[in-house]
Design a protein around this ligand. Structure first.
Ligand code: ADP
Ligand code: MG
Length: 349
């Protein structure tokens, strides 16, 4: 297992279920006013302030399906498990406030392993101002299971859904795309090389590829973009986060909003390291950027009248526009050809 603590090994049975919960949750002081009661009772108590609405989102992560403990450090896994939930709350134009963490732990895991997961969860909670207020803990026969539920709040009526995009709206995306997917390809390649070498001291070669690796292992939620949009007085007409890949998310917005779209291939933001890795692996770069998941960037639409404001926001790019539904969703290539957008997003089933 990655980042195995070799010095100390405490079996979970030594602490017992309640001892483990106490041990894991003792360093999580509550920060938010709305967190009225946290861990330790049958349920947490959350206040929904006057004029606000509560948002709830949940994510389930299964070992072997969503992550591989051979090359994902457990602290990163905890961080990512929390951040992907925060990303969903920001994608509604909200602010994440509380999480609950449910764990299924297989017997291969020690107390120190679970501590690492919680160290990652704690860091994510600190970075984003979120409180841990509860959870559930159980043994698992099918590997590690982590499920995080996040509560957030948004001004009443200000939540941004997928369904509000209108004809002529501009389509915008934050950051860059495809890097997390290329980071995963890199991790898988180095893991294979390590296995084939048979050398237990094999050192993977990540030089010059730090960015794509970080995008895969330690994604961030775009709190900053939500703040910038608010400051600029821009309210997106529709919004979602890019977790399954741009193609799939564009189709979600088109379906929910009953519109079509045109996206320009040459406007899709791609980092240099993503391009280098795609070249090395002989993969089509645009396909990777359109269909690689886990970028956790924000995809949103704004009225055409917000164009000047959007141009001033650093880290946001206009990639296309919304059309009437009969035109469907299409990508316009560099040479002006139109290709229908199909969802090839990552699918576990
Ligand atoms: P119950 O029997 O009601 O499910 P538990 O004994 O499972 O209660 O949990 C006791 C308290 O510890 C509850 O407040 C619960 O939310 C919290 N808790 C349990 N497991 C976790 C966990 N993995 N992380 C954080 N809090 C937890
Ligand atoms: Mg319980």
């Amino acid at each position: 297992m990655a980042e195995n603590n070799k010095e100390k090994v405490t079996e979970i049975s030594q602490l017992g279920e309640f001892g483990l919960i106490d041990h894991l949750t003792k360093d999580f002081p509550l920060k938010n006013e709305s967190s009225v009661l946290g861990v330790g009772d049958d349920a947490a108590i959350i206040d929904v302030p006057e004029g606000k609405e509560a948002l709830v989102t949940t994510d389930l992560l299964l070992e072997g399906i969503h992550f591989d403990v051979r090359y994902v450090p457990l602290k990163h896994l905890g961080y990512k498990a929390a951040v992907v939930n925060f990303s969903d709350v920001y994608a509604m134009n909200g602010t994440p406030k509380q999480i609950t963490v449910s764990l299924g732990v297989s017997s291969r895991f020690t107390v120190e392993h679970i501590e690492q997961i919680y160290a990652g969860i704690r860091l994510a909670c600190e970075n984003y101002g979120v409180d841990l207020v509860g959870g559930d803990t159980s043994a698992s026969q099918t590997g590690l299971v982590i499920s995080i539920t996040c509560l957030g709040e948004v001004e009443k009526g200000k939540a941004v859904k997928r369904s509000g995009a209108k004809e002529t709206d501009l389509i915008c995306v934050s950051g860059d795309l495809g890097a997390a997917y290329m980071g995963l390809q890199l991790l898988e390649r180095e893991n294979q090389v390590a296995a084939q070498s048979g050398d237990p001291n094999f050192q993977p070669n990540f030089a010059g590829k730090e960015y794509i690796l970080e995008r895969q292992l330690k994604p961030e939620a775009r709190k900053d973009i939500i703040e910038k949009l608010n400051a600029a007085g821009i309210i997106p007409t529709s919004m979602m986060d890019v977790s399954d890949g741009l193609s799939s998310e564009l189709l979600h917005i088109c379906k929910s909003s009953d519109v079509g779209c045109r996206v320009y291939e040459d406007r899709i933001p791609i980092d240099y390291q993503t391009a280098v890795m795609a070249e090395e692996l002989n993969m089509n770069l645009v396909t990777a950027a359109m269909n690689g998941g886990e970028d956790y960037e924000l995809l949103f639409t704004v009225p055409l009248t917000d164009k000047d404001k959007i141009e001033k926001i650093e880290g946001v790019k206009m990639i296309g526009y919304i059309t009437k539904p009969s035109l469907g969703a299409a990508l316009i290539t560099r040479d002006g050809q139109e290709f229908p957008i199909k969802a090839q997003g990552w699918q576990a089933f």
